[in-house]
Design a binder for this molecule. Sequence first.
Ligand code: GAF
Length: 379
Amino acid sequence: MQNKIEKIFSERFGGEGNIYASAGRINLIGEHTDYNGGFVFPGAIDKVIMAEIRPNDMEKVRVFSIDIDEYAEFGLKEEDAPSQSWARYIFGICREIQKRGGSVKGFDAVFAGNVPLGAGLSSSAALESCFAFALNDLFNGNSIDKFELAKIGQSTEHNYCGVNCGIMDQFASVFGKEGHLMRLDCRSLEHEYYPFNPEGYRLVLVDSRVKHELKDSPYNKRRESCERVAKRLGIETLRDADMDMLNAIKGDISAEDYFRAKFVIEEKERVLAVCDALVAGDYETVGKKMYETHEGLSKDYEVSCVELDYLNDVAKEMGVTGSRIMGGGFGGCTINLLPNALHDKFVAEVCSRFNEKYGHEPMIYDVVISDGARLVKKA
Ligand code: GAF
């Protein structure tokens, strides 16, 4: 990928720029808890967005996406927003840096990636944090701290891409560390790295290749449900709610809102239980909690789909230790924790059975926990 980026950059713009990369993410457990001030347990992976970037002494950005095979050119004022949705991520990063008093001048860029799109692996956070990291380095002497870089990515989603996401994806993408997951408290942003080296086990993603776009999905609606319940309870976020509090207002809220909040309250406890189980090497408990999360996401939060439920059923039938939908839902991947010895058999069977039922094979990704945003090469 890097060679191709360098070749195209020099053909389009001449010479060379710095090369930066940032990663997609997995999340072991803690789904839809981030925007409720709860805990998540993500890590960056070895699938990246990589960009070659160089200031151009103009007041405009010229950028080429290799994967989409499109070029965009835009200025740096609010009214200069590009029409292409992929370019709005980059424009949003520029604007959010500027809004915080940071500097962004014109630049040329070429980028590509291998984070599968719409698979729940957060390709958009990888793109955002790659550019946020790069523009901090190129125009701000790295004076913007990493917490702010993650928030710049999140605000880009809110203000330029129509997704009211939490902070998990951008945080994992910026703070990712090779071989480690991180337990992140999304309210305080306190985080602790956990070495992830489960002896005898591994993580495998099964991508249903059912595409979702969070922007057009009911993701924002889920968040609104949670906020309505929190407001009714007189608390800032569901982080501070428990089942007794929720049951006490059950008659005053819609059944839908009740079940959304119930999932979030239960999921909060599951993340903490999984962190402890992981430290104790108790993978059976980790797996059990993953299945409970899937059940909750499917029945109470209603962000699954038939394909993902089927993948979960096959995993359970085959003795996979833990399996669940990963990410926002409405398509994408399941994440599976399984003994090494079951890996090949599971992969072969899940592919053939899924193909038989839905007419296409899922994609399989073996998870490698890697670093997040970084400078790859200086020009
Ligand atoms: C998406 C969002 F971007 C995250 O903020 C998070 O809410 C996740 O869905 C669900 O846990 O990836």
